[in-house]
Design a protein around this ligand. Structure first.
Ligand code: SAM
Length: 277
């Protein structure tokens, strides 16, 4: 067996062990990216090989948490891909307004920027009090940060630019308070916003959502896990509901593709057809 094949085997054994012990399923994550992240984590650790690390990883939850942080990519930003948020505001919100109350799910919300962006957008569109946002992630630590809603002040310049390009109607400074080198999100934006841990690979669906965003999450999954997660999202979405993917993701060639149409090219916003099971 070559050294490279041995690493692949170690990853396979470790991901199986992680699944059995902690219930986190990385067995169907894209191989190349998982390997890169695990070896990166290893080189910053005191262990020489993944086999050596394995027994402690399976026995010491805090060490596993540390690996988890290395495996998952948590980068996010407010109004990420402003043209996407602009399309959401102009093309999706008018449909949402026709419902008395809407339910929105951010699956893989990371540190919460995307969910707070949505809360700002809905407030500006006059939907305050008529929505509930569920924002979930596999990683309990990012959910804790999302709940806090505190971001480094140096990020705010980019967030503000994104907000303006996304068609923001007010001043972005209205939505946070700057204190020392941190920006604290305006607490009222947290109303109707529920943060929770949820693992897309193993946990159950969320019922009856009108809008689901799962952006920049499935890029790390292999083909079969992508299909599984898309089925989960599909079964959580009402007929006529909207499913939003990341800029490098699409529904083409996916089993559920026939049930959707993209509202306009390259928006990665898909609407579920009426009459589609
Ligand atoms: C790159 S972030 C994307 C954040 C946000 N959606 C955005 O586009 O800015 C990907 C997130 O997916 C989460 N994730 C990875 N695997 C997951 C899984 N199986 N279930 C739920 N979340 C997962 C990661 O923890 C990470 O926070």
């Amino acid at each position: 067996m070559t050294a490279s094949e041995l690493i692949d085997l170690e990853i396979k054994l470790l991901t199986e062990g992680i699944f059995q012990v902690y219930g986190y399923d990385f067995r169907e994550y894209a191989e190349a990216s998982l390997r890169r992240r695990m070896t990166q984590w290893l080189s910053g650790s005191a262990f020489a090989t993944l086999s050596e690390a394995q027994s402690r990883l399976l026995r010491e939850p805090h060490l596993f948490e540390n690996l988890l942080r290395g495996i998952t990519v948590n980068v996010s930003e407010m109004f990420r891909d402003p043209s996407f948020f602009k399309a959401l505001r102009e093309r999706v919100v008018p449909h949402l307004k026709t419902y008395p109350f809407v339910k929105i799910w951010h699956a893989g919300c990371s540190t919460g920027e995307e969910a707070y962006s949505m809360a700002i957008l809905l407030r500006e569109e006059g939907m305050q009090g008529r929505y509930r946002i569920y924002a979930t992630d596999i990683d309990a630590e990012v959910i804790r940060k999302a709940q806090e809603g505190i971001y480094p002040l140096q990020e705010l310049q980019r967030f503000t630019r994104n907000y303006q390009q996304a068609g923001g109607k007010a001043s972005f400074a209205d939505y946070y308070t700057a204190r020392y080198n941190r920006a604290i999100i305006e607490p009222s934006l947290r109303e109707n916003l529920v943060f929770a841990t949820h693992n897309l690979a193993v946990d159950a669906d969320f019922g009856e959502m009108h809008l689901i965003l799962c952006r920049n999450v499935m890029i790390y999954f292999n083909q079969s896990l992508k299909e599984k997660v898309l089925n989960l999202l599909h079964s959580s979405l009402v007929t006529g509901g909207f499913l939003c993917l990341g800029a490098k993701e699409s529904l083409s060639h996916r089993r559920i593709a026939d049930c959707y149409h993209e509202i306009s090219p390259r928006t990665q916003i898909y609407r579920r057809h009426y009459g589609c099971p």
